[in-house]
Design a protein around this ligand. Structure first.
Ligand code: 13P
Length: 253
């Protein structure tokens, strides 16, 4: 089945205006020079830069996403941003349930599920993140934890068209450590099985499952060539134009 590879950059809480715009312009220019890349590019800057990054990406096949959204359309929620606001500013995607939000803001599977429903209703596609901690891996609970996260945080209404899953082992994020290719394939295959039970085989077979956690140009091919890995969610290496683009190119795009 044809699942279009996604190369996604999560900028996290990085970049002020000048460097964010420079980064977006650099990515736009590289993607334009690739002609018609067969992969889908996505960048997810902080809220403050969404508007200027949108402008900087003009004319390039690079989608814009945010890193979180509230589950309400509007109202008295000081400091929050609604999915409608993100759609209005030009986002097509929103990352939900990143492990840093699960840890820093105590986000539960139930909350992420509500956010995902709201985001889809606003016309946004979601990138729903899952992944085990080192302690959970060491005690052999990786598949169990990922299964619970999928069952809890992915809404029953999710489809391959409105949802992307990102498997990001917490211990591999920003550490330079990665699971082996075998470990990644094992988790992705297990996740697809759970998705098939929950959403039906057709959706599960078409739904993209990204790997994230210390992806860089030198390991991109190893992970992206795995059967059930349909792209990468990249943190640190997405902040450098050359590295972000090299990840796609080294994977054959
Ligand atoms: P790193 O690529 O910096 O490990 O971050 C991965 C990540 O958390 C992307 O969402």
């Amino acid at each position: 089945m044809a699942r279009k590879t996604m190369i996604a950059g999560n900028w996290k809480m990085n970049c002020l205006s000048a460097d964010g715009i420079e980064l977006a312009k650099g990515i736009a220019s590289e993607v334009k020079s690739m002609g018609k890349p067969e992969c889908e590019f996505l960048v997810c800057p902080p809220f403050t830069l969404l508007s200027s990054v949108k402008k900087a990406l003009r004319g390039a096949k690079v989608a814009l996403g945010a890193q979180d959204a509230h589950f309400n359309v509007k109202g008295a929620h000081t400091g929050d941003i609604s999915p409608e606001m993100l759609k209005d500013i030009g986002c097509t995607y929103v990352i939900l349930g990143h492990s840093e939000r699960r840890a820093d803001h105590k986000e539960s599977n139930e909350l992420i599920n509500k956010k995902a429903i709201a985001a889809n209703q606003a016309g946004l596609k979601t990138v729903i993140c899952i992944g085990e901690t080192l302690e959970e891996r060491d005690s052999g609970k990786t598949i169990e934890v990922c299964t619970q996260q999928i069952l809890g945080s992915v809404p029953d209404s999710a489809t391959a068209a409105n949802t992307v899953i990102a498997y990001e082992p917490v211990w591999a994020i920003g550490t330079g450590k990665t699971p082996t290719a075998n470990d990644v394939e094992e988790v992705h295959a297990a996740v697809r099985k759970v998705l098939a039970k929950k959403l039906g085989k057709a959706n599960a077979n078409k739904m993209r499952i990204l790997y994230g956690g210390s992806v860089k140009p030198s390991n991109a091919k190893e992970f992206l060539s795995l059967e059930d890995v349909d792209g990468a969610l990249i943190g640190g290496a997405s902040l450098k134009v050359a590295d972000f683009i090299a990840i796609a190119k080294n994977a054959g795009f």
